[in-house]
Design a protein around this ligand. Structure first.
Ligand code: ATP
Length: 245
């Protein structure tokens, strides 16, 4: 599984937010998409999900574009948004049933895995609850369970470190690790740089809709001849240099 973004220019109106963005996420890899508020992280994710149309460039998942086969493309991806999107009239159980339907999964075979995930996130006794009864973090956990029950090969996780309690962050990182070992590709967007540094293999630093740097921490340090000790320092240093022009 490889996500490949090539020369992507796009956004919301005539003036593009993203300009000539290119990066890849290979199987068995976690890539952290990093950038200040407004850098273009969510806009990039919306393009990958097919919610926005590129003005230029291509996005492929395992060589497939959205236009090639919309259903096959979508089934390869599982998405955990920063703000949980749940159906107010559906219970937790019904959300899982809906997910299984969307990914053409056999419920009988899939429920044991769902139960395992529900237990990890302490939701196993809440199957008949409606979203209104859940806290914000619990809603986020519902989205995580729905994503990780699927056989998707690309996991896109928006801001995984905000909103979740430390125990849930640890459990999520463990799930990500397991999926990676099974050959999945993970793209996470975040501005919590210490967590990103710990859990990602590679980094894509976005600035004003453009890729400012990408690679491992060492590669970026070397390329930009910076001696910053960690990702946070490196990012602050780069942002200051950009602001000074
Ligand atoms: P944050 O860390 O704050 O979530 P981000 O990196 O995800 O930021 P985006 O949401 O991708 O940033 O925003 C990139 C740019 O696109 C910003 O200049 C923003 O003003 C603009 N933008 C975002 N959403 C829309 C929209 N719906 N319509 C028009 N412009 C938008």
């Amino acid at each position: 599984m490889t996500l490949k973004i090539t020369n992507l220019t796009g956004g919301y109106g005539r003036i593009p937010v993203l300009q000539h963005e290119s990066f890849t996420v290979e199987n068995g890899q976690t890539v952290a998409l990093i950038g200040l508020n407004g850098a273009g992280k969510s806009t990039t994710i919306k393009h990958i999900m097919g919610l926005l149309q590129p003005q230029q460039g291509t996005i492929t998942v395992d060589g497939l574009t959205l236009a090639d086969d919309i259903q096959a493309y979508r089934q390869k991806i599982a998405y955990v948004p920063e703000l949980p999107v749940l159906y107010p009239e559906l219970t937790l159980k019904e959300h899982l049933e809906l997910t299984m339907m969307a990914y053409n999964l056999d419920p009988q075979k899939t429920w044991p895995q769902a139960q395992k995930l529900l237990k990890i996130f302490r939701l196993d006794n809440k199957l008949n609850w409606f979203p209104i009864n859940f806290s914000k973090g619990m809603k986020q956990k519902v989205m995580i369970v729905c994503a990780f029950v699927t056989p998707a090969q690309l996991f896109i996780i928006d801001e995984p470190f905000t909103g979740l309690d430390p125990l849930a962050v640890r459990d999520l990182l463990k799930l990500i690790q397991d999926k990676k070992q099974q050959g999945a590709a993970i793209l996470m967007s975040t501005h919590i740089l210490t967590n990103a540094q710990q859990s990602a293999d590679r980094f894509v630093l976005l600035n004003h809709g453009q890729v400012r740097a990408q690679g491992t921490l060492e590669q970026i340090q070397k390329e930009f001849q910076m001696d910053a000790a960690n990702l946070e320092e490196l990012y602050v240093q780069m942002s200051k240099e950009d602001a000074q022009g």
